[in-house]
Ligand binder design. Structure first.
Ligand code: NAD
Length: 354
């Protein structure tokens, strides 16, 4: 099949594309406008493959999007392109509204026109797969987990913009019959993640002897999933998910943020015993909490297990070890990323002086 992946130069999109090229026969179009978070270096292992192509296109640009979709003629659209960093959404929500909501509406319209032009078997197999987050469900108390029936209650501009896009996808299915599937996933970690997100930020700051910022008490709980497990789930949902369904995807690996940071410190102490900053825990710095910070996320992923046979393969401890080793072994990748405009500074405080 011909699979168009939006946001394919990002963290999760690039993992999906490496898996599609490496483990299937599908043809892939990576459609990405290369924001600060997009990085074609994450795709060097597949960029020469004849089944891979790249289009530098912004989903906010409707005519360009229309041309790209017409040229490629996708059987499946996997929509990952988004502004994704909660702290940046606090500093500047406009880009989140424009890309995550208006961009998704553009893509739905272009996909609908394309789908309506198809016939027979090709029309029947067309799917629009929308990739979203568990953050649309808001925050949990000490117990329980998000299911596909949990009501939406987004708390940050990021999660509200993703919730908006989820509702648009639903409306395009109900109103126009566009064959959509959707998924909501918990926090991902793994190689090639932009170092503004918790795990790579902590690894790289620790290597450089910089403070390891922990927001508030550090007792917020996240449910971690290895990015390759997510990529496998996404390919399963895009190719075998039932039209009109949403699937929650999670790793069954709840950890507090402070536990994650301490685990990384211990791994670095072990992997870099002679490092100047051992023990790395000394670098931990509790800083002002994120405004509107959700206390706990946890995913009930039993539906995708039951209906599509997907289970995570990686456990968090071994996955975290491999991830830390990857950052140690792939300095070139992150040094190039860090030489750009982002250097690990704190983002997302309403009052910048706090
Ligand atoms: P990312 O920030 O690493 O990558 C986003 C990609 O989208 C980048 O390559 C960027 O260049 C591209 N992009 C942004 N705006 C665009 C535009 N206007 N037009 C075209 N391309 C554009 O994000 P990620 O972590 O890989 O997340 C991918 C998707 O998965 C997002 O939709 C996100 O909401 C969702 N998600 C992420 C996580 C997570 O833990 N990272 C968890 C659940 C869901």
């Amino acid at each position: 099949m011909r699979i168009m992946v939006t946001g394919g130069a990002g963290f999760i999109g690039s993992a999906v594309i490496r898996m599609l090229i490496g483990e299937t026969d599908h043809e892939v179009l990576n459609l990405d406008c290369l924001t600060y978070a997009g990085n074609l270096d994450s795709l060097t292992s597949v960029s020469e493959n004849s089944r891979y192509r790249f289009s530098r296109t912004d989903i906010r640009d409707l005519p360009a999007l229309r041309r790209a979709v017409k040229d490629f003629g996708p059987d499946i659209v996997m929509h990952l392109a988004a502004e994704t960093h909660v702290d940046r959404s606090i500093d500047g929500p406009a880009a989140f509204i424009e890309t995550n909501i208006v961009g998704t509406a553009n893509l739905l319209e272009v996909a609908r026109a394309h789908w309506e032009s198809l016939e027979g078997e090709t029309k029947a197999r067309f799917r629009f797969h929308h990739i979203s987050t568990d953050e649309v469900f808001g925050s949990l108390g000490e117990t329980g987990a998000f299911t596909e029936e949990t009501p939406y209650a987004p708390n940050s501009p990021y999660s509200a913009s993703k919730a908006g896009s989820d509702h648009l996808v639903r409306a395009w299915r109900e109103t126009y019959g566009l064959p959509t599937v959707a998924s909501n996933c918990s926090n991902n970690y793994g190689p090639y993640q932009f170092p503004e997100k918790l795990i790579p930020l902590v690894v790289l700051n620790a290597l450089e002897g910089k403070p390891l910022p922990v927001y508030g008490t550090g007792l917020q709980v996240r449910d971690w999933l290895h990015v390759d497990d997510h990529a496998r789930a996404l390919i399963t949902i895009a190719t075998r998910g039932a039209v009109g369904e949403a699937y929650n995807v999670g790793g069954n690996a709840e950890r507090t943020n402070i536990d994650v940071v301490r685990s990384i410190c211990r791994l670095l102490d072990e992997l870099q015993p002679g490092a100047a900053h051992c023990p790395h825990e000394k670098l931990i710095a509790f800083v002002a909490d994120r405004p509107g910070h959700d206390a706990r996320y946890a995913i009930d992923a039993s539906k995708i297990a039951r209906e599509l046979g997907w289970q995570p393969r990686e456990n968090f401890d071994s996955g975290l070890r491999k991830t830390v080793e990857w950052y140690l072994d792939n300095r070139d990748w992150w040094e190039r990323v860090r030489s750009g405009s982002y250097r690990g500074e704190r983002l997302g405080l309403i009052d910048a002086d706090t």
